[in-house]
Design a protein around this ligand. Structure first.
Ligand SMILES: [Zn+2]
Length: 192
């Protein structure tokens, strides 16, 4: 079961104490990922385990136990991502062009770069950043390249009527009702 409640995904994950514990969680994650539709990565907190383990499966299955990004390029690239915890949602994020990762179950450092000719390298590079973010309670919406529209709406009165849309459906609501929806990232202001 993949967790879709954002509040649960906001919690920080704790390091696992042993490689064995990490491998067991990694195996569960890979099983869940295989059963998912189009999933290329999954973090333990997405299946309700608040431990620092994630998997990515772009070119081959890769389990990362207590992973850390130890180096990252300043330069970023734009990537259109989705997330198994937010089905049907897509965000254009900014991701580092290259990152170096250390994990307890890998001896050397792991390098990921979006600069190669192979598009799968870009997927892997964005995916590893997405999954490690999950372990820190960060979602793809926090990495959106476009400023969130609700920043411009701070002066709206609580009882002012606003129109919001999720791209399919449009609603007219008082701001006090609309604000949580807009802040969830699922809805945006159509007009004020
Ligand atoms: Zn995700």
């Amino acid at each position: 079961m993949i967790i879709t409640e954002e509040t649960k995904l906001r919690l920080m994950c704790e390091e696992v104490k042993t490689i064995k514990e990490g491998e067991d969680i990694g195996a569960q994650l890979l099983k869940e990922l295989t059963e998912s539709e189009n999933g290329i990565g999954l973090a333990a907190n997405q299946i309700g385990i608040n431990k620092r383990v994630c998997v990515i499966n772009v070119k081959e299955p890769l389990v990362l136990i207590n992973p850390k990004i130890v180096k990252q390029s300043e330069e970023q690239f734009m990537f259109a991502e989705g997330c198994l915890s937010f089905p049907g949602k897509h965000v254009r994020t900014g991701r580092h062009v290259s990152v170096v990762v250390e994990a307890d179950n890998h001896e050397g450092k792991l390098s990921f770069s979006a600069e190669s000719e192979d598009i799968n390298d870009a997927f892997e590079c964005a995916c590893v950043q997405h999954e490690i973010d999950h372990l820190d309670g960060i979602t793809m919406f926090d990495r959106a390249m476009v400023a969130q529209p609700h920043r411009a709406t701070e002066k709206i009165g609580r009882n002012d009527k606003v129109t919001i849309t999720d791209g399919k459906e449009t609603k007219e609501l008082k701001w006090k009702k609309a604000q949580p929806l807009v802040e969830s990232g699922d809805w945006e202001m159509a007009s004020v």
